[in-house]
Design a protein around this ligand. Structure first.
Ligand SMILES: *[C@@H]1O[C@H](CO)[C@@H](O)[C@H](O)[C@H]1NC(C)=O
Ligand SMILES: *[C@@H]1O[C@H](CO)[C@@H](O)[C@H](O)[C@H]1NC(C)=O
Length: 293
């Protein structure tokens, strides 16, 4: 009896770990100063509740931003952000990971503002070895200016996954076998910023920033970082393969996550470089393995 129960519990635990636990570990909220420092225009960053929440301000003089103290090779990174409310046309709010050198790797969330009541666009991109041009754009299924929502990146040897409130919206698989570079040997820092980009952001640059509405304010919370910290020059992570994000269940999306990504593709996608035959007459290699295109 005890033996049967033991076998049963083994089966159950392996089932739960392989099939139902592919969501990244729950983020831990920490104060701003634990993981981050301001990057520029310090007087345009305001701190609240002992640093548990901060605001970035953009006016006609400057935008502002902050960056992680450490640099990381793989891990799980997330930020709770409340986008600029009201008329945010021309502004861009960003949360991204970037390596330091010329042939840089980058993982981007960029939120493009809009006129009051018109929808924000979330643009994502992945740079590997200095090459980008992998934009995808979606509308969100909620108004990102009304409340905080969580935006996260899971990055391991196998894939880079973009999440919005734990829903995967994009996956970039390691396609080294197809000749596509994958970020694996350059630690990245995490950056956040709010700036004016009215030459391209809203309706392709047609809608200009209305400076009479300044300052534009975006809110940030949570400041979660769970990564393999390495010096900027490091070529590998000392604990490679041993951390939770390296484990089997995080090497691919599970069935439920594939369903959700399809739902995002079908209902919310505005642009996908993978299907842009004008710009890319040849399908980019990494797009070929994309299950549902
Ligand atoms: C802004 O709103 C217009 C009109 O609804 C829409 O065409 C556009 O995609 C929206 N977003 C951006 C960032 O331009
Ligand atoms: C800019 O904002 C001001 C003040 O709210 C308003 O009167 C004006 O019409 C706005 N301009 C545009 C182009 O929306």
């Amino acid at each position: 009896m005890a033996f049967t129960l033991w076998i049963l519990s083994l089966i159950l635990s392996s089932l739960t770990s392989s099939a139902f636990c592919a969501t990244p570990r729950r983020p831990v909220d920490v104060p701003f100063g634990r993981n981050y420092v301001p990057t520029w225009a310090f007087d345009h960053i305001k701190s609240f509740n002992g640093g548990s929440e901060i605001q970035l301000l953009l006016d006609q003089y400057t935008g502002t931003g902050f960056q992680s103290k450490g640099s990381y090779l793989f891990g799980h990174f997330s930020m709770n952000i409340k986008m600029v409310p009201g008329d945010s046309a021309g502004t861009v709010t960003a949360f991204y990971l970037s390596s330091q050198n010329a042939e840089h790797d980058e993982i981007d969330f960029e939120f493009l503002g809009n006129r009051t009541g018109e929808p924000y666009i979330l643009q994502t991109n992945v740079f590997t070895g200095g090459q980008g041009d992998r934009e995808q754009r979606i509308f969100l299924w909620f108004d990102p200016t009304k409340a905080y929502h969580r935006y996260s990146v899971l990055w391991n040897m196998y894939q880079i996954v973009f999440f919005v409130d734990n829903i995967p919206i994009r996956v970039f698989k390691n396609s080294k076998n197809l000749g596509v570079k994958f970020p694996f040997n350059q630690p990245m820092k995490i950056y956040n910023s709010l700036w004016n980009a009215d030459d391209w952001a809203t309706r392709g640059g047609l809608e200009k920033t209305n400076w009479s509405k300044a300052p534009f304010i975006a809110g940030y919370k949570s400041f979660h970082i769970d990564g393999c910290e390495a010096s900027v020059e490091a070529k590998f992570c000392a604990t490679q393969g041993k951390r939770w994000w390296d484990q089997r269940q995080f090497r691919d999306l599970d069935a439920a996550q594939w369903r959700r990504i399809k739902w995002v593709r079908k209902k919310f996608t505005i642009y996908n470089y993978c299907t842009d035959r004008k710009r890319f007459p040849q399908v980019p290699p990494e797009c070929k393995r994309d299950r549902d295109i």
